[in-house]
Structures are given as structure tokens and as C-alpha cells.
Design a protein around this ligand. Structure first.
Ligand code: UDP
Ligand code: MG
Length: 320
């Protein structure tokens, strides 16, 4: 019972006043060409600019537009989660607000969906207008992620994807904090396929993912799908004490069978610094896991909504 909405487009936005109107127009054009029913669900993630006002104005005369307004900034991954929670369509499509993900690709995704695939994700074969640093770190991250997790998370894909109703219902049951949504979609399973695209430049405005946030996202990705970082302590501990033992044999030999004395001070200091640093690093990794356990144990809601302009009742009906 979803008021017969076929497609839900979820658009997370954070300070996107420079592009949001154009995004709306492009999406509108693409979606009306399907000649099926749809909703454009904009999630305002605590923008401090006019993004929400602009969308609200659109919603006044266009009833396919809905605004889910957060009480503050909760982050991109949470905004997507909320969008999926509130979306009622038979297929839910997540797309960035900055037009880096071409709306026209949605039509190809829909085609694949109609062929029977339940998740259609967009794979970036090329990225335009991003610094070499971002491209290199992103590429490294996806490969580390692939090497460290057991479930297969496709490389070079973002959150731009289509999910069948069945899949988004399963997504709603996942309540974990520090989410890495694209990993969770892989975890859920179902028949998944890709469409390829060239990622455009951001139309206007600037990236909301500075290095610090990218690091947080990468950590969430790796830590919530793998225990391997914890094993670092075991293997490196073995290696370190193994080589220490060998060195001890060497020192014993030198002092018993030769006259040479081994000078220790500089090497002692550097070895101490290196290994104390290493131990702190491992403690830090442990801390990351413990912190995440702490977040889970608090059981706080993932987000707080100030206002939803759509039909809230339909959401609760859907969730049951
Ligand atoms: N975004 C959000 N909340 C945030 C940061 C970003 O909703 O705290 C949205 C942003 O408006 C955009 C999408 O997430 O629609 C992706 O962000 P951005 O384009 O800045 O990331 P990039 O493409 O540079 O990785
Ligand atoms: Mg972007």
C-alpha cells in the first residue's frame, strides 16, 4: 500500500543551494519520461543555506516533491538511510544532489530492474574533475576493502544505486551506527548487477567530503565488515618476538665467542620508539572497535527529523 508510487528517488543534500534547483529540474525531466509514478524525496541533512527552502517551494506546487528535514547535520550515510526509511516506491533510487551522478542513468537502472535484478549499482569507470589525490585514495580504499572483507563489495561504486522494495525493506531492519551503506547493500544480498558510467564534475558548490570525513567513511567501511585489522596485533606480535629472539641468539653468540661488544643505546632508543608507536597504533585500532560497540550499546536513534512534508502515515504502514 504505497499510494502506488513506482519509484522513490532519495536525494541527500547538505548546503547544496547552488545546484539543487538544477538537480530538481534534471530529475523531473528524467522521471517524467518514464511515464510512471514517482516521488522525489529530498533529505535535508541540516543545511545551513537555502537548500531546504528551495525544495519546500518546489513541494508547494509539485506534489511529487517531498522534504525530509533533519534537526541537524547527521552525515551523508545517515541521510541516505533516512531516505530509504521514508521512501515508499517499488524501487528506491539513491542519487547525490550535486549532479555528479547523471540522473539520465536512472533509466538504464530501471531497465535492469525490470529485467529482474533487485539491486542495480552504478560503477564509475572514470571520474572527472576530482584531484589525483582523491582518485588515488579512493582507488586504494576500495582495494583494501576488497582484500579485508569476506562479503564482496563492488569496487569503484558509490551510493548511486537502485534497490527493489524487498531490498530496502531489509535495509530498514539494519539499525547499526557508523554505517557504510553500500557495504550493507552488498551484505543484504539479492540479485545485483552494475551499470557503468563516467562520473561528472560537481556542478557547483564544493565537496562535503574533506579528508577527515573520507577517513571516517573508510574506517566505517573496513571496520564494520572485517576483523582483519585486529589480527594485525597477532601476526605482527609473532613477527616481532620472533625477530627479537633471533637477535638475542646473535647477541649471546657475540658475547660468548668473540671480544666484540655490541653498542646498544641508539638502536635501543629507535627500537623502543618504533615498537611503542606500534603498540599505540594497535591500541588505537582496538579502540575504534570498542568505540563502535559503545555506540551500539547506547542504542540512540540514527537521526532526528524536524519535519516531513510527505504523507507520514504511509511510511508507518510500510514499515509494518
Ligand atoms: N551530503 C549530506 N550530508 C553530509 C555531506 C554530504 O547529505 O554531511 C550529501 C551532499 O549534499 C551530496 C552527497 O551527500 O548530495 C555527496 O556529497 P559530496 O558530493 O560532497 O561528496 P563527493 O561527491 O565529493 O564525494
Ligand atoms: Mg559529489
Amino acid at each position: 500500500m504505497n499510494g502506488n508510487i513506482r519509484y522513490s528517488i532519495v536525494i541527500p543534500m547538505y548546503n547544496e543551494e547552488a545546484v539543487i534547483e538544477e538537480t530538481y529540474r534534471r530529475l523531473k525531466k528524467v522521471m517524467s519520461s518514464t511515464e510512471e509514478t514517482y516521488e522525489l524525496l529530498f533529505v535535508n541533512d541540516g543545511s545551513r543555506d537555502r537548500s531546504a527552502e528551495i525544495i519546500k517551494r518546489c513541494a508547494e506546487w509539485d506534489d511529487t516533491v517531498k522534504l525530509l528535514d533533519f534537526s541537524r547535520n547527521f552525515g551523508h550515510q545517515i541521510a541516505i538511510t533516512a531516505g530509504v526509511d521514508y521512501a515508499v516506491g517499488d524501487a528506491v533510487i539513491i542519487i547525490d544532489a550535486d549532479l555528479q551522478d547523471p540522473p539520465e542513468l536512472i533509466l538504464q537502472m530501471i531497465e535492469k530492474w525490470k529485467e529482474g535484478y533487485e539491486v542495480v549499482y552504478a560503477k564509475r569507470v572514470q571520474r572527472k574533475g576530482e584531484t589525483w589525490f582523491k582518485k588515488a585514495t579512493a582507488s586504494l580504499f576500495y582495494r583494501v576493502l576488497r582484500a579485508s572483507t569476506d562479503i564482496s563489495i563492488p569496487v569503484d561504486t558509490g551510493d548511486f544505486r537502485l534497490m527493489d522494495r524487498k531490498v530496502s525493506n531489509e535495509m530498514k531492519r539494519i539499525t547499526e551506527n557508523n554505517r557504510f551503506v553500500r557495504g550493507l547493500v552488498s551484505w543484504v544480498g539479492f540479485r545485483q548487477t552494475a551499470v557503468e558510467y563516467i562520473r561528472d564534475e560537481r556542478m557547483a558548490g564544493e565537496t562535503k567530503y574533506p579528508l577527515k570525513r573520507m577517513l571516517k567513511l573508510s574506517l566505517d567501511g573496513i571496520l564494520s565488515f572485517s576483523y582483519k585489522p585486529l589480527k594485525l596485533a597477532v601476526y605482527s606480535g609473532l613477527a616481532v618476538s620472533g625477530s627479537g629472539f633471533l637477535y638475542l641468539l646473535y647477541v649471546l653468540y657475540m658475547s660468548m665467542f668473540t671480544d666484540a661488544t655490541i653498542k646498544g643505546w641508539p638502536s635501543l632508543v629507535s627500537i623502543m620508539l618504533i615498537f611503542n608507536g606500534f603498540m599505540l597504533l594497535i591500541l588505537g585500532i582496538l579502540g575504534e572497535y570498542v568505540g563502535r560497540i559503545y555506540d551500539e550499546s547506547k542504542g540512540r536513534p540514527l537521526y532526528v527529523v524536524r519535519e516531513y512534508t510527505g504523507d507520514a502515515a504511509s511510511r508507518y504502514k510500510e514499515a509494518q
